[in-house]
Design a protein around this ligand. Structure first.
Ligand SMILES: C[S@@+](CC[C@H](N)C(=O)[O-])C[C@H]1O[C@@H](n2cnc3c(N)ncnc32)[C@H](O)[C@@H]1O
Length: 306
């Protein structure tokens, strides 16, 4: 556990707040950086906020209950790799039962349109399902997979089809500390990763550094905030299938409740595209999936300027 201080409405200013670090098995050396949240209470029961990330500051006003939920989500993000350690053995089974999961990862890999001999990074590779999509799309490429859960990586390493992949245990918020050199990659795929980053803008800046000039990034990610229908379908599927079935299979609903909540709080399609542009990416675009994931899971593509 590590101690940080932040001002928040439910603690006295300056009171230390304990942030749980990932489990000891997860291989992040220390908890990822969190975006600081400062603010002041208003008479209308709302809280005026200054959200800071990467030196930029944005004003916002939120009900105190929403702010508490946001802060809770921020804390839980640092615990995500430890939770994946716990469910690693069930992860592939769960996703095999999710129609379209593998096909859609393949679509995102193919949509990157990389050269045959490209140098590619799979950030937050987990048990290697997204890495398999890269290997299938680019069999001659040099592929590295990074994840902070050693339990997920151990499973990835047992897969014969991934025997040529180099797997690295480390924090996607700080890829340099895991030994990944800047300007080295023709392509980076991040499948179901950016939503879990405690400071997504900082993470985007670091991904930009990893790419060669002209290199391509693909985020394969949920985004439902722009559409009432997508939000309703997502909450129906999460509440009636993903959470109960996940709890039955793994013995706990914690990670699956976090999944529902983190998707509900993640950027809409337009906001995420703007975030990518603000981080310095160009050629930003979104491509859809089919099936129940249409309007819910997306490929976001972008490039590092030459
Ligand atoms: C939903 S899984 C996705 C795995 C894989 N990309 C796939 O498509 O099946 C999310 C993965 O992100 C990893 N993760 C979460 N936070 C991380 C961080 N800060 N650094 C590296 N990996 C992280 C988790 O350990 C987990 O394996």
């Amino acid at each position: 556990m590590s101690t940080v201080s932040r001002s928040a409405p439910w603690v006295q200013p300056g009171t230390p707040v304990l942030i749980a670090s990932p489990s000891t098995k997860a291989c992040m050396r220390k908890p990822s950086t969190s975006a600081p949240i400062d603010g002041a209470p208003r008479e209308n029961g709302h809280f005026a906020l200054a959200l800071r990330a990467n030196g930029a500051s944005q004003a916002a006003e939120l009900p105190v209950s929403s702010l508490r939920e946001m802060n809770d989500l921020q804390l839980r993000k640092t615990q995500v790799p430890g939770e994946f350690d716990r469910i690693a053995l069930r992860y592939d089974l769960l996703n095999r039962l999710n129609p379209g999961y593998r096909k859609h990862l393949h679509w995102s890999a193919e949509r990157m349109e990389l050269a045959r001999n490209a140098n590619v990074l799979d950030l937050c590779c987990g048990t290697g399902l997204s890495t398999e999509a890269l290997v299938d799309a680019y069999p001659e490429a040099t592929i590295t997979g990074l994840d902070a859960s050693s339990g997920m990586l151990e499973l990835a390493k047992t897969k014969p089809q991934l025997e040529r992949v180099r797997f690295v245990c480390g924090d996607a918020m700080n890829p340099r500390s895991a030994g990944l050199a800047p300007a080295r990659y023709d392509g980076v795929l991040m499948a179901y990763g950016i939503r879990n980053m405690p400071d997504p803008d900082l993470c985007l800046g670091r991904i930009l550094e990893l790419l060669k000039p002209g290199g391509t990034i693909a985020f394969h990610e949920y985004s439902v905030a722009d559409s009432r229908v997508s939000r309703a379908i997502w909450n129906l599927v999460a509440g009636t299938i993903i959470i109960p079935f996940g709890a039955l299979t793994t013995g706990s609903s914690k990670l699956f409740r976090y999944l529902r909540s983190s998707v509900n709080h993640f950027d809409g399609v337009e906001a995420f595209k703007k975030r990518l542009l603000a981080a310095g990416f160009i050629d930003v675009r979104e491509e859809p999936m089919d099936g129940w994931q249409r309007g819910i899971v997306h490929t976001f593509l972008a490039a590092r300027p030459q």
